[in-house]
Design a protein around this ligand. Sequence first.
Ligand SMILES: *Cc1c(COP(=O)(O)O)cnc(C)c1O
Length: 468
Amino acid sequence: MLYGREDQKSAKEGYLEPLFGTNAEDHDIPKYKLDKKPVEPRVAYRLVKDELLDEGNSRQNLATFCQTYMEDKATKLMAETLEKNAIDKSEYPRTAEIENRCVNILADLWNVPRDEQFMGTSTVGSSEACMLGGMAMKFRWCKVAEKFGLDTQARKPNLVISSGYQVCWEKFCVYWDIELRSVPIDEKHLSINLDRVMDYVDKYTIGIVGILGITYTGKFDDIKVLNDLVEEYNQKTDYKVVIHVDGASGAMFAPFIDPELEWDFRLKNVVSINTSGHKYGLVYPGIGWIVWRNKEYLPEELIFKVNYLGGETPTMAINFSRSASHVIGQYYNFLRYGFEGYRDIHIRTKDVALFLTKEVESTGLFEIYNDGANLPIVCYQLKDDANVAWTLYDLADRLLMKGWQVPTYPLPENLQNIIIQRYVVRADFGHNIAESFIEDFKEALKELSVARVLFHEKKENGKYGFTH
Ligand SMILES: *Cc1c(COP(=O)(O)O)cnc(C)c1O
């Protein structure tokens, strides 16, 4: 490797040298170990940007629920607060106060009754929040089991959830040695099967998770009816069952577009709710939230005290240090948009989803599974009698040629023979972008109808378990 030329250069020469005339472009910089010498910041910047060149454009990524756009002022604010550590409550007391305000805003949005002493925290995302929610349910159950003399060693405790669960629940059950009892979804029940869910519950059940927005299809579990079933069950047992709502995507969407829908703390047995601030909370990836309706549902053992202005403040995070910039970004959005701002954005996002559904349906080739009526998610399968030679995987490939990343995958357990394609419509996918997408979509269908080369065998199902 050549270092001599760089060594001899004066600072001024280095500055004047054109970017692609620098020494860094003379040789292949080691990728898997450190290079010996530093490079200039502008060179490092360029090299890293270039590495990311062909990664795909996140705005054209229809797979992710995660936010891909924030306002300039928000990103400026977040960039300026990167150094703040969210866990250092005494060094950054104003940041701690901002987190506290966000928890209060969410508790209010989720209709926590006035007489409840709610608690909550920010997390890295819903996965950490679900882990905390699950742990709290397990600790609570242990106490109940002890109180009533249940043999806790006889069997594993279990968690009941629809088979449309996100992978974080599987992780939770593996890490905490809990039996995951999944209630299969079927053609008639694309969300939790309310006719069967209570058959899965017994004395060893730590709780039921209702999902407000199944990742695969965008459907909401009917939490209100679930609450009624749980209430009926609880009347007859000492082993009261609680509900945690996984509202990763729905808990920051439903309150704005459908405030009448009862799925939250208005329901007596809903004891905790999580959400991803980076989904419909409209913050870049790295923020989640959980709120418990009352501190009685958050066992003491899970709360750790940290110093805070000479006093102590409770924390219940799994992680320790992380930047507070995402918490600050969340607060910016709350302040900036207010209720009506969020509602306007979400209504428009939903309109785009309905528009896409209509366009896809009008081709006559697809059967719609979710039309954007709950979350702004469009998903569909190819009709059995579509009579085409290509598969949805081929269509995805065609769309990728125009930069669109459209996930195609089988539904979970029990429905794994059904291959679906899904668009997650986000705030930054406006009607104008949607029009260009549909143009490309129709063009792709036209090309496929005359194509002779096929890239996928019909029997290939791809991998089950698309999780985001
Ligand atoms: C996205 C999602 C999660 C995981 O959330 P992260 O914020 O990515 O950790 C959990 N549950 C559901 C229903 C989700 O959609």
